[in-house]
Design a protein around this ligand. Structure first.
Ligand SMILES: Cc1ncc(COP(=O)(O)O)c(C=O)c1O
Length: 396
């Protein structure tokens, strides 16, 4: 059975995904259960989507209740789940307006359009992304994304978009001016390997915005919705971006994203200047409300910060034990990275054989994006297994 699924996958799909050799039957809490009965503890978290793990009763209930009312109406209608979720997101974040999308990359595209429209009235045209960034696969997002791995062969990109080195204050100072429309950044880079913005960089970015009046656009698609122990990752710094993009965890597993704007851009769009058929699907929004009830009202965001802090401290101990194998431990909360001094795929494979799913990004960074409900037991067992795997690689 499993063989035929993999064979068919190979025949039917464009070869864009190198899939894991696992045939998953169901998920439960932090675990995935394969058809052969093997259980995996998931530190991959559906690539930062499954903040509450799998089969969460609150999310399931919200989805079932909304299914029985309506699954889709179109954005010609005001829809209660959208309104309730928008109100919740804006209240907790302090932003003025938002727009719902179906995905992260679509939310980045919308944020770009919002910025361009705003810039057209303010004589500002030049956008900057940062090195090592990832913002999605559509052409606008890809134009901002810097990593060659995602860009090669897709040229030409959108005009008036350049790239600056991450955390390089001098390069930032030398390049922004009155024509600068905006700087787009992940305060904590996900795909790039869990690199974190330095407080000096954040502070200089803020000063330069005050001086030149450009927009700061935060991509919080991976780091948002409480993953780092704060609702949005940039809250770890003394800065407030003008536009914020979220997705992944907000839909509780259903496709949902959004971009939020501060008062500076709140009146930029007028009727008909942007839109979507599916964006803000009511079932996804109902699931999103359930996610926020858990994350914000039920203390799950606080737990994400605490358990992530504990896991990080255990990783730091591993680094002390294996200084020749671990270069650095980075990140906040349930968004952590271990930079190895060698390519990480063999470690990922060994952990998988031991029942733990982790991901390797940028070839040598083990990335951990566990559900926020991950327990100390899960973390301790993972660290023990990782320690054993590293000890074995020392011997080989
Ligand atoms: C920081 C960041 N931005 C944008 C995206 C693109 O989101 P999506 O895959 O939903 O289009 C991702 C996805 O991994 C991401 O991590």
């Amino acid at each position: 059975m499993a063989d035929s699924i993999f064979q068919k996958e190979n025949e039917l799909f464009f070869h864009t995904y190198k899939r894991l050799p696992l045939d998953i039957e169901r998920g439960d809490g932090c675990c995935l259960i394969a058809r052969d009965g093997k259980k995996y503890c998931d530190f991959f978290g559906g690539l930062a989507v499954n903040a509450l793990g799998y089969n969460h009763p609150r999310i399931n209930k919200a989805i079932q209740e909304q299914l029985q009312k309506y699954i889709h109406l179109s954005n010609y209608f005001v829809q209660e789940p959208q309104v309730k979720l928008a109100e919740r997101i804006l209240n907790v974040s302090g932003y003025q307006k938002l727009f719902f999308t179906n995905s992260g990359t679509e939310a980045i595209e919308g944020a770009l359009k919002l910025a361009r429209k705003w810039g057209s009235k303010n004589g500002k045209t030049q956008l900057f992304g940062l090195s090592n960034s990832f913002h999605g696969r559509t052409m606008g997002s890809l134009s901002l994304t810097e990593r060659a791995k995602y860009r090669d062969g897709y040229e030409p990109f959108l005009p008036n978009i350049g790239h600056l080195k991450y955390n390089d204050v001098d390069e930032l100072k030398a390049n922004v001016n009155e024509q600068t429309l905006g700087v787009v950044l992940e305060f904590i880079q996900g795909e790039g390997g869990i690199f974190v913005v330095s407080p000096e960089y954040a502070s200089e970015l803020k000063n330069l915005r005050d001086k030149f009046g450009f927009l700061i656009i935060a991509d919080e698609i991976q780091s948002g919705i409480g993953r780092t122990g704060k609702f949005l990752g940039f809250e770890h710094f003394d800065i407030r971006p003008d536009i914020v993009v979220i997705a992944k965890a907000i839909g509780g597993g259903l496709p949902l994203g959004a971009f939020l704007g501060s008062e500076r851009v709140a009146e930029t769009f007028t009727y008909g200047t942007h839109g979507t058929t599916f964006g803000g699907n009511p079932v996804a929004c109902a699931a999103g409300l359930a996610v926020l009830e858990e994350v914000l009202d039920n203390g799950v965001m606080k737990k994400a910060g605490e358990i992530g802090g504990y896991l990080k401290s255990q990783f730091v101990k591993l680094q002390e034990k294996f200084p020749s194998l671990i270069k650095e431990v980075r990140g906040f909360g349930c968004m952590l990275g271990i930079e190895l001094t060698f390519e990480g795929q063999s470690v990922v494979d060994a952990l998988q054989a031991r029942g733990f799913l982790v991901n390797c990004t940028n070839t040598n960074v083990l990335r951990f994006l566990p559900p926020f409900i991950v327990t100390r037991d899960h973390c301790d067992t993972l660290v023990q297994q990782l320690s054993d795997v590293l000890a074995m690689s020392l011997k080989n």
